[in-house]
Design a protein around this ligand. Structure first.
Ligand code: NDP
Length: 249
């Protein structure tokens, strides 16, 4: 795990991932680098970890400080150790449906849907948000399960009309309480990916829980819903990477 700088939210995420590793018996190495670390220094570290046989998975916590190009860093991680599934090789595999690593947050959402006994096949699935990390891969995973998928974003016209049509609604916007109960179809399954800090000790999602839970058949809470699933999926990818690398030896 590599963390550059001292963003408090990133520190919490890295710490939670470290605890999960300890819990399931994965040995983790933490590289807490100062904010002024240069791109070259970071790339040198990634290069070392790429060829270190003791390391099965590499995670570089985003966002990175402005002077470091995130794309260059993501592209530098060996695809076989890219347990976040951000490298273009892994992104491409997600498109074709032939993937080793599933991006952790969308994978966590799919696991929640599956374990709740919901079948997305033939359902109207609406994803609000089109980021490379959440929205786009989320839409692909729903599509692979035969959902009829609509992706919404900041330029979508008549958003509420789209969300109200959703049997399965995934919110990944980054705006606190953005999706209200009156934007949700009665009986829908609502997955709230958002994590928004609205006070020093208060996190809320992108869905207004109080109004949404009255309409939805099922809804995930924030905190405690998708967040822990993301970490669980990261662990799963890491174990997969370790097994695959050892098979090759
Ligand atoms: P981004 O900021 O990268 O993307 C946000 C998306 O929301 C963009 O596609 C944007 O559209 C869209 N959007 C913004 N405003 C509107 C609007 N008014 N109407 C419709 N769409 C809008 O965020 P991420 O995808 O990285 O994260 C989304 C949320 O999920 C955040 O709260 C983040 O903290 C959380 N998150 C949670 C994780 C977890 O483990 N639970 C993991 C990762 C993220 P456009 O593209 O047009 O700008």
């Amino acid at each position: 795990m590599i963390l550059v700088g001292d963003d408090p939210a990133s520190k919490v995420y890295v710490n939670n991932k470290k605890k999960a590793c300890e819990y399931i018996g994965i040995k983790s190495f933490e590289y807490l680098l100062p904010a002024e670390t240069s791109e070259t220094e970071l790339l040198e570290l990634i290069d070392r970890l790429n060829s270190d046989p003791e390391v099965s998975g590499i995670l570089c916590q985003l966002p990175l400080p402005g002077h470091i190009d995130e794309t260059v860093v993501i592209n530098a991680i060996a695809p076989s150790k890219d347990v976040d599934a951000f490298h273009p090789v892994n992104v491409g595999k997600i498109m074709t449906g032939d993937y080793d690593f599933v991006p952790c947050t969308p994978a966590g959402v799919m696991e929640l849907i599956k374990e709740s006994g919901v079948d997305v096949e033939g359902k109207e699935c609406v994803v609000v948000g089109r980021s490379n990390i959440v929205g786009k891969p989320m839409a692909m995973l729903l599509l692979h399960k035969n959902g009829t998928v609509t992706i919404c974003h900041s330029r979508t016209a008549n958003l509420a009309e789209k969300t109200k049509n959703a049997d399965v609604l995934v919110a990944a916007v980054g705006i606190p309480n953005f999706i209200k109960g009156d934007m949700i179809k009665p009986g829908a399954v609502v997955i709230d990916v958002g994590i928004n800090r609205v006070a020093p000790k208060k996190l809320v999602g992108d869905v207004e829980f109080e109004t949404a839970e009255k309409v939805a058949a099922a809804i995930t809470p924030v905190p405690g819903g998708v967040g822990p699933m993301t970490i669980a999926m990261l662990m799963k990818n890491t174990v997969k990477a370790a097994v695959k690398q050892n098979e090759c030896e």
